[in-house]
Design a binder for this molecule. Structure first.
Ligand SMILES: C[S@@+](CC[C@H](N)C(=O)[O-])C[C@H]1O[C@@H](n2cnc3c(N)ncnc32)[C@H](O)[C@@H]1O
Length: 426
């Protein structure tokens, strides 16, 4: 549906579902699955956006993702032979994204892997202080797992010089951390699973390595080009954008108070030495409940739609509204900065869903669209697509409660794909 200043107040829920944007037909590349990441979007959205660009005569040589997460866009840009620029505040995200975007030789990987096995089996090294002295690591891991993980990390760093091959094995290491710990698997909140079995570290690493090697084999048969890519670990809102560089920006912004990315990646950030206190990494993370610092200047000029939602939240609960208000400010600034990053005549694709918080419906998609209109984006199209939650069961019993019974009513949730253009004279 085309949205303009005249009809922006349309109820987005009433927009007809778009079958074009609904489902992935082909299987995703194995490389997309080398590391778990919350709220990763489906890779076919990039191909669909490129198709949209072609139909609308938009030439796309460079693609960017300002919240690049684990690199879905980075990899798909490579598959489609496009240059890529990406950014994420989470160092684990940018590590994974870089590895997905890189090109690897299977023989070199195998050689490094054999050497890691030898050093892991034969060399004993002391557990480093930053691990022994970290209470959170002692909380999440059994002593034997700490010892084995330390040996493994030491072997990787000893054998492989810093660079893309070391990064590859660090990603493999990172993805076995949750399995090797007491962390309740697939939980979106960090919590201990008291009944969790102890999985041997090296077996998990070996099977993770094989999975990643298969991913490399597959991508090497399908993709031969490697256009330029730059992936940076930064807070997008703190970035100085001096020039436009992207023909197409495609991204899925965080939702208000949804995932605590810093908390969910704490095992990796601590083991890989990005921080001793993972809570530091909450700073600046959009949508985090801890990201609430405001000053009056920020609020000035904020769209009334955001202020209304803030008021509704304030009436419902005393604690959370500041975080929501901060989120609205951050999203407005995101849109303004994105505009500067896109070349005149280029396009932006935002994929975003709506949320309910303390029983208040938060229309993230509509707010984002309003910010785009305010900034001067044109030709705004909003598409509604169906999503099925991988975490919650989509089935509900007669009373509306979650159920695993497939005969019960299926409730779908939706998200929105918002496409817009920067005017050629913008
Ligand atoms: C919905 S996820 C993106 C997932 C991505 N599309 C993928 O497929 O992996 C949102 C991302 O925004 C990042 N993020 C949150 N605040 C940020 C900020 N201020 N600057 C840059 N990235 C940020 C989070 O770390 C998270 O990776």
């Amino acid at each position: 549906m085309r949205i303009t200043q005249a009809n922006w107040d349309t109820n987005f829920k009433s927009i007809r579902e778009s079958s074009t944007w609904n489902n992935q037909v082909d299987q995703e590349l194995k490389m997309h699955k080398i590391h778990m990441y919350p709220a990763k979007f489906p890779s076919f959205l990039i191909g669909k956006s490129l198709e949209y660009a072609r139909k609308n005569s938009i030439t796309v040589n460079s693609i960017g993702d300002i919240f690049c997460g684990c690199g879905t866009t980075a990899l798909e840009a490579k598959v489609n032979d496009k240059e890529f620029w990406g950014c994420d505040i989470n160092p684990v995200a940018t590590l994974i994204a870089k590895v997905k975007r890189e090109t690897y030789s299977k023989n070199i990987l195998n050689k490094y892997y054999e050497n890691i096995v030898t050093v892991y089996t034969n060399n004993y090294s002391e557990i480093p202080d930053y691990i022994v002295q970290n209470d959170r690591i002692l909380y999440w891991f059994w002593p034997k797992q700490i010892e084995d993980l330390s040996q493994l990390l030491n072997a990787i760093k000893l054998i492989i010089p810093k660079g893309k091959y070391q990064d590859f094995f660090l990603v493999a290491f990172s993805n076995i951390l949750k399995r090797s710990s007491k962390w309740l698997t697939k939980s979106i909140k960090p919590q201990i699973d008291p009944a969790k079995p102890i999985y041997p570290v090296f077996e998990s690493f070996k099977s993770q390595y094989i999975t990643m090697l298969r991913a490399v084999e597959e991508i090497n048969t399908k993709v031969s080009n490697s256009p330029n890519a730059q992936i940076i670990n930064r807070n997008f809102l703190r970035l100085n954008v001096n020039e436009s560089i992207l023909d197409m920006l495609i991204t899925s912004p965080p939702y208000v108070t949804s995932y605590e990315y810093a908390d969910l990646h704490q095992l990796s950030t601590m083991w890989l030495g990005y921080t001793n206190d993972f809570r530091e990494l909450r700073n600046g993370t959009i949508g985090s409940i801890y990201n609430q610092s405001l000053n009056n200047l920020d609020i000035e000029g904020l769209d009334e739609f955001a202020i209304d939602t803030y008021r509704n939240l304030s009436n419902a609960d005393a604690k959370s509204p500041r975080a929501a208000l901060k989120y609205f400010i951050d999203m407005r600034d995101t849109i303004n900065k994105s505009y500067s990053l896109i070349n005149p005549g280029g396009m932006a694709v935002f994929v975003i869903g709506n949320t309910t918080y303390k029983d208040i419906y938060i229309d993230n998609a509509k707010y984002l669209t309003k910010c785009m209109l305010n900034r001067g984006f044109g030709e705004i199209e909003v598409m509604k697509r169906k999503i099925s939650s991988k975490i919650l069961s989509p089935y509900r019993d007669k009373r509306g409660k979650f159920s695993n019974n497939k005969n019960h009513k299926k409730i779908y949730s939706y998200e929105f794909v918002i496409i817009a253009r920067k005017p050629s004279n913008g």
